[in-house]
Design a protein around this ligand. Structure first.
Ligand code: WQD
Length: 329
């Protein structure tokens, strides 16, 4: 199939492009490079030993996206393109609402105009807000805690209405938990600009000596050891989840949790990283980070059953692969 991947040079997007190429699909990437690097395109080609089309476009710009659809027969779209930093979304909410909602509306419009029957949307566990974990897809009261999460919840609602007006279309909403790890080649991985917001890239930079010590945001949560609990999932398993969705998505709108189904605390992740890499991670306990919740992990029965998708990589592998990528850069 010819698959358009918006945001295909980003962290999850690049690993998904690789998985699609390895499955023999043709991949067209639309990415504005605001949060990604052109070098990633060459690295995907190097790993897959295959080529893929790249268009530097802003996906919220309907005219620029039109040029792609009018030049290629597209069989499916995986829409990753969007802004995704929680803290930044609090500072610049209008950018987040404009970028994330308009790009999703433009992509859905292209599906209608060019009769592209499969659309997969990159959503996030953030839409669950401060619900009680484990999170089920049927949880209706989405209580988001920041504009980023709210923009994802709004995009979901837009796509639900879009799917209802196009009953022959298959629309998949994939809610990711916490992606970490990297392809074993260490050529692609999570390389945020500036000081990392997320735990794993911060941790690997401490391991490398780029940052002095890890600050643990609070140890007074109602969790196993007081530190925040999250559901970490290997980015390669997440990429495989998108391929499974492409193959198994039925007509209509379908929402799936893509996580490991296990909760891991910050201290447990540090211990796993030290065990996997034999590197000691200095840390200090500081105040809670505003907007953080205590526990977030997935019930993944629905994706396991309907998408025939089971994550394969364990926490030690995720730590080893994250470290190999950091060491390589
Ligand atoms: C994980 C845990 C922190 C950094 C975010 C987005 C989510 C998704 C994934 C896009 C928490 C603790 C972190 C640090 C720490 N992104 N922590 N010190 O906040 O669960 O999810 O990224 O879709 O939408 O919300 O991920 O990695 O920032 O935090 O103690 O320096 O690690 O408190 O408990 P989070 P995270």
């Amino acid at each position: 199939m010819n698959i358009l991947v918006t945001g295909g040079l980003g962290y999850i997007g690049s690993h998904t492009c690789l998985a699609l190429l390895e499955e023999g699909h043709s991949v067209i990437v639309a990415d504005n490079l605001i949060n990604s690097k052109l070098k990633t395109l060459d690295n995907i080609k190097k790993i897959a030993n295959k080529s893929l089309d790249f268009h530097q476009v802003d996906v919220s710009n309907e005219k620029s996206l039109e040029t792609i659809f009018s030049s290629f027969p597209i069989d499916g779209i995986i829409h990753f393109a969007g802004l995704k930093a929680v803290g930044e979304s609090v500072e610049y909410p209008l950018n987040y609402y404009y970028n994330n909602l308009v790009s999703t509306i433009v992509v859905a419009r292209m599906c209608e105009r060019y009769d592209v029957k499969k659309l997969i949307f990159s959503s996030s566990a953030t839409v669950y807000g401060d619900n009680e974990a484990p999170f089920f897809e049927t949880m209706s009261s989405l209580k988001t805690t920041n504009p980023y999460g709210e923009s994802k919840a709004m995009c979901e609602r837009i796509l639900i209405d879009f799917a209802r007006s196009n009953p022959s279309f298959s629309v998949g909403i994939l809610r990711y938990f916490n992606p970490i790890g990297a392809h074993e080649s260490a050529l692609i991985g999570d390389s945020p600009n500036g000081i990392p917001n997320n735990l794993m890239p911060y941790l690997t930079q401490v391991a490398k000596g780029k940052l002095k010590r890890l600050r643990i945001f609070g140890d007074d949560y109602p969790t196993i050891d007081g530190t925040g609990v999250r559901d970490y999932i290997h980015v390669m398993d997440l990429a495989a989840g998108h391929v499974s969705a492409l193959y198994n998505l039925k007509e209509g709108i379908h929402i799936y949790n893509l996580g490991s189904g296990k909760g891991t605390s910050v201290l447990e992740l540090i211990q796993a990283f030290e065990k996997a890499t034999k590197i000691n991670i200095p840390y200090e306990i500081v105040n809670r980070r505003p907007g953080d919740i205590a526990s977030c992990w997935a019930n993944t029965n629905k994706a396991n059953k309907e998408l025939k998708w089971i994550p394969k990589r364990d926490l030690l592998t995720m730590c080893r692969d994250s470290w190999r990528f950091e060491r390589n850069h």
